[in-house]
Design a binder for this molecule. Structure first.
Ligand code: GLY
Ligand code: MN
Ligand code: MN
Length: 442
């Protein structure tokens, strides 16, 4: 068994300190835990903690609220959580309870969640700024407004209600965008597990299988390594690969098909996100190979832009240029390169962007543009590079031999001081590497 990894709770405490320093002593920050969501009558979806809450606490239970009150003498970091309850714990498993939470997670104080209503107005009083994610959870928005109103009602008695309401994401998203060493260790683990899962899928694929059988193999490997799917795994055989968010995963896999697998593990909350497109037979056809080589070249062009100081957008632009050049060369587009790029003709075959930030959320937080300009890459930023080409099966404007081919190649990179590391480097990527791997796999 591989050694389990975790973020030490002192790191969560350090993040809370840093966030409070950025917010300043007149602020108060309020973060509710994720809610449990009903899947069917009295059964719930598997619980997943809110990414921000997880980042700042490492506390996995629902029905909890983190309140940060920078500079407060009687304690700055407060948790409201469920009380111990032997009857409920017999059904649902152990709870920390307020006492356990203080001890194990390093909060200054913790209270039963039922006391929130009584305590929060007092904490808001005298603070000028409230940082909170407005508009995410209407029920909690209304509660917060209610608590503020309770302070407002006391103004004639000298109470000072907060008067600035700020988006918590302004501070927290920027923190989360830059991954520290502990986070990168977890992200590398998520990437490693995902590499194993994709390798297993390449070994297992056979004509006659259904897409969900490959999905099962991939997710079996995730679970085998204490991870789970970070998002709905996409397994698209043949022209299903052209459906960008294909979810059905129930079609037969036929001889001669390519299979597009976009699947990533989530480990301790951190996502990996890999796509590979491989031939069921182990050998690409001539047309499949031509398009795969082109997407591979576009990925390389984008990777070459993954350097500190380079605008984030440069990677997408490089991929678009390479793809457009190749589409012209293969006769899928006509005319001049420049005009095709400016007019966006490539979008018929490539309608998405070349990547996104990656972290606790698969499409992670963080601005892509600052003051109207693409932001520059900096060490610690993690993102995907995922160009693709998708030739619809009913696109009669192109030669029939291209129709129904869909290809995406997606890797995860982290910007370093001098360049980048590819977290997902262990997995065959080029057509040649894939064919060699599948031949060895037998
Ligand atoms: N798997 C989602 C994405 O590639 O963005
Ligand atoms: Mn992605
Ligand atoms: Mn993906």
């Amino acid at each position: 068994m591989i050694k389990p990894l975790a973020i030490p709770t002192r790191i969560n405490a350090r993040r809370r300190k840093q966030l409070m320093r950025m917010a300043g002593d007149e602020a108060i920050l309020v973060l509710p835990a994720a809610k449990e969501v009903v899947r069917s009558r009295d059964t719930h979806y598997p619980y997943r903690q809110d990414s921000d809450f997880w980042y700042l606490t490492g506390f996995a239970e629902p029905d909890a609220v983190l309140v940060l009150v920078p500079g407060r003498k009687h304690g700055e970091t407060l948790l409201f959580c469920r009380e111990r309850d032997p009857e409920r714990e017999a059904w649902d498993g152990p709870r920390q309870g307020p006492e356990g939470a203080v001890e194990a997670f390093g909060f200054d104080d913790a209270y039963p969640i039922g006391d929130l209503d009584d305590i929060l107005p007092g904490l808001l009083e005298g603070r000028t700024r409230v940082y909170y994610h407005f508009g995410r959870d209407q029920e909690f928005d209304l509660k917060l407004i209610g608590w503020v109103n309770r302070v407002r009602a006391q103004v004639r008695l000298g109470a000072e209600p907060p008067h600035e309401f700020l988006e918590l994401g302004h501070l927290l998203d920027e923190m989360r965008l830059f991954k520290d060493r502990d986070e990168l260790r977890l992200m590398q683990r998520a990437a490693d597990i995902t590499v194993l899962a994709h390798q297993s899928a390449m070994r297992a694929v056979r004509a006659g299988m259904r897409e969900y059988e490959l999905q099962a193999e991939i997710e079996r490997v995730f679970r085998q390594h204490d991870a789970e799917a970070a998002y709905g795994s996409i397994v698209g055989a043949g022209s299903n690969a052209c459906v960008l968010h294909y979810r059905a995963n129930n079609a037969p896999i036929n001889e001669g098909d390519l299979v597009l697998v976009d699947a990533g593990a989530e480990y301790r909350g951190y996502a990996a996100d890999i796509t590979r497109t491989f031939p069921v037979s182990g050998r690409f056809s001539k047309e499949q190979r031509a398009l795969h080589d082109l997407v591979d070249a576009a990925q390389l062009a984008a990777r070459e832009q993954a350097l500190p100081g380079v605008p984030y957008e440069a990677g997408h632009n490089a991929a678009v240029e390479t793809l457009t050049e190749g589409l012209l060369r293969l006769g899928l587009l006509k005319g001049k390169l420049e005009k095709n790029i400016v007019d966006g003709h490539y979008r018929r075959f490539y309608r998405h962007k070349t990547g996104h930030w990656l972290g606790l959320d698969v499409h992670d937080v963080g601005e892509y543009r600052i003051d109207g300009e693409s932001r520059l890459l900096e060490p610690g930023m993690v993102f995907t590079i995922e160009p693709g080409l998708y030739i619809a099966p009913d696109d009669t404007s192109v030669d029939a031999k291209w129709r129904g081919i869909g290809i995406r190649i997606e890797d995860d990179v982290v910007i370093t001081k001098v360049g980048h590391d590819v977290l997902t480097r262990g997995l065959a990527r080029s057509a040649e590497e894939i064919e060699t791997f599948m031949a060895q796999a037998g």
